[in-house]
Design a protein around this ligand. Structure first.
Ligand SMILES: [Zn+2]
Length: 127
């Protein structure tokens, strides 16, 4: 896992932009595989434990492995995450820090902590 400070762009729904600084954390291939395997194993382990619980096992035997697989898929697809974005809100101008999240193919949206408007976090350099 390697983390670095990167320049990003915050964009409001109206199209206004402001530069910001965020922490980019990248996961190596082996790391992603390990996390994915861990989630899948947790799902199966959880289902195994609840097999002996009456009634509950009717749901947990398929729900927990499924949840584990979904989490595993998400962990595998997460090559990087963009967190702790510090800058000014392009909509209201307040100084904000956004928690951010996982970088996937989908755009990363977060809400301004001051005005609650949705902001798009765009990684300007894709190193
Ligand atoms: Zn705002």
């Amino acid at each position: 896992m390697s983390a670095q400070e990167v320049q990003i762009t915050l964009r409001s729904e109206q199209g206004a932009t402001r530069p910001a600084t965020a922490t980019l954390t990248r996961y190596e291939r082996g790391e992603r595989m390990g996390r994915a395997a861990g989630f899948a194993a947790l799902g199966l382990l959880g289902a195994g434990i609840f097999v002996f619980v009456p009634a509950v096992h009717l749901i947990t035997t398929w729900l927990l492995p499924l949840a584990g697989l979904i989490a595993a898929r998400s962990a595998w697809r997460t090559e990087a995450k963009l967190t702790d974005a510090r800058g000014e809100c392009p909509a209201c101008g307040a100084k904000i820090t956004l928690s951010g999240g996982q970088l996937t193919e989908a755009p990363l949206w977060d809400a301004c902590t001051a005005c609650s408007r949705p902001l798009l976090m765009v990684a300007t350099e894709s190193a």
